[in-house]
Ligand binder design. Structure first.
Ligand code: PLP
Length: 390
């Protein structure tokens, strides 16, 4: 058979979560009740007001036509106003914001728009898998820096900048999978480095709206209000539980945004217009919804951290995200085998840390995407698993 394959895509490393997913599906087909804390797919619903607006807008015929690929003005304006309310930043919806089909698509096409083949880009390790793969799509050269401790990442970045010419630095805070947050001074330092070495900073801000204890995670753009060196990726997926709607934004440096807007104008016609209209309603009218969702994640987090700490995991403290990141207890080091055993013996799916990069080895990530009762059950299963083990 003749093979029609692009070499680059063919050479992509195998997605490490695939085997765990496969085992999970098999177990379910065999009638086992798997509690899935592996896949970060929010279980909480989108707000009813947004769903109603979608239905209403879908009934209007003119909304069935192609939309605009950069997003309708009302939606981009709603994001600009949200940034004004949250961060006191004045952002021009025409020059500095483009709507993307979620932040994942936004990131991939952003890198294609700003990097040339062979350019160096720094990414965090561990990190969300697309951070490792999007640079490959752009045929860039990836330099991975340990990000288990955010300040160490910055120190190592400083060393790397003395050695290599870096075109872009991709970070994500609040961070998936490590759940770390940073303060504004972290971004100030990063922007100062960008000014000195002339690189673009991209902050994947997917968890901007899921935070606890009233600690609003800082925006990179506050440290660079003239938007000279920065692009932030904002998304409705987590904060508004709108994962399937695919609504994200790239916000920041005018030339990067216009390059991405141009590329997207060739590739797509924008998200279905009723989705854009309903998303603007979410942004304009539902500031409290992310806060409500955050409370739910906080309660779930407490159940998981209490159990894991009791089992001698070392849990990363955090005031944000919908995950728990924990170092395996002594005597365990292989996160992949541990996750497989947990699935087989305790019917609980988690993500092995190594799936997020080699520096994630020795850790697991639990996504808080089942209800409290199911999470309590998962923790009971875990305790039993360890009882049997010892
Ligand atoms: C860091 C990070 N970025 C992006 C995404 C995907 O977001 P979106 O649905 O906006 O593409 C996720 C989802 O888990 C994520 O963890």
């Amino acid at each position: 058979m003749i093979e029609f394959k692009n070499q680059l895509i063919n050479d992509f490393p195998e997605y490490l979560f695939n085997e765990i997913n496969h085992l999970k599906l098999n177990a379910r087909q065999n009638g086992r009740d798997i509690i899935d804390l592996g896949y970060g797919n929010p279980d909480l619903p989108s707000h009813p007001l947004v769903v109603e607006k979608l239905i209403e807008a879908a009934q209007i015929k003119k909304n069935h036509k192609y939309s605009v690929s950069k997003g309708i003005f009302g939606l981009r304006k709603a994001v600009a106003e949200k940034y004004m309310r949250n961060y006191n930043l004045a952002i021009d919806p025409n020059k500095n914001i483009v709507n993307t089909i979620g932040s994942k698509e936004g990131l991939t096409h952003l890198l294609l728009s700003v990097l040339n083949i062979g350019d160096n880009i720094v990414v965090q390790d561990p990190s969300y898998p697309i951070h490792h793969y999007a640079p490959l799509v752009a045929r860039a050269n990836t330099i991975k820096i340990d990000s288990l401790i955010a300040d160490d990442f910055l120190n190592e970045l400083e060393n790397e900048l003395k050695r290599s010419v870096i075109k872009a630095v991709l970070v994500s805070f609040p961070h998936n999978p490590t759940t770390q947050t940073v303060n504004q001074e972290f971004f100030d330092r990063l922007v100062n480095l960008a000014k000195l070495y002339k690189f673009l900073i991209i902050n994947d801000f997917a968890y901007s709206d899921i935070f606890f204890e009233n600690e609003l995670p800082p925006s990179l753009l506050t440290s660079d209000p003239k938007l000279e060196y920065s692009v932030e990726l904002y998304s409705l997926t987590k904060g508004y539980s709108m994962a399937g709607w695919r609504v994200g934004f790239a916000i920041g440096n005018e030339s990067a945004i216009s390059s991405l807007t141009k590329l997207k104008s060739y590739i797509d016609y924008g998200t279905f217009q009723p989705i854009q209209i309903a998303s603007a309603v979410a942004l304009n009218e539902l500031d409290n919804y992310p806060t409500e969702l955050s409370l739910i994640y906080k309660e779930r987090r407490e159940i998981v951290t209490t159990t894991l700490t009791g089992l001698n995991f070392s849990v990363q403290e955090s005031n944000a995200t919908m995950f728990v990141w924990a170092r395996l207890p002594k005597n365990f080091s292989d996160s992949y085998n541990f996750s497989k055993e947990l699935l087989n013996e305790a019917n609980v799916a988690v993500s092995p840390g190594v799936g997020f990069g080699e520096r994630g080895e020795g850790f697991i990530r639990l996504a808080l995407v089942e209800n409290k009762n199911r999470i309590r059950q998962a923790m009971k299963n875990l305790i039993k698993f360890f009882d049997n083990y010892v």
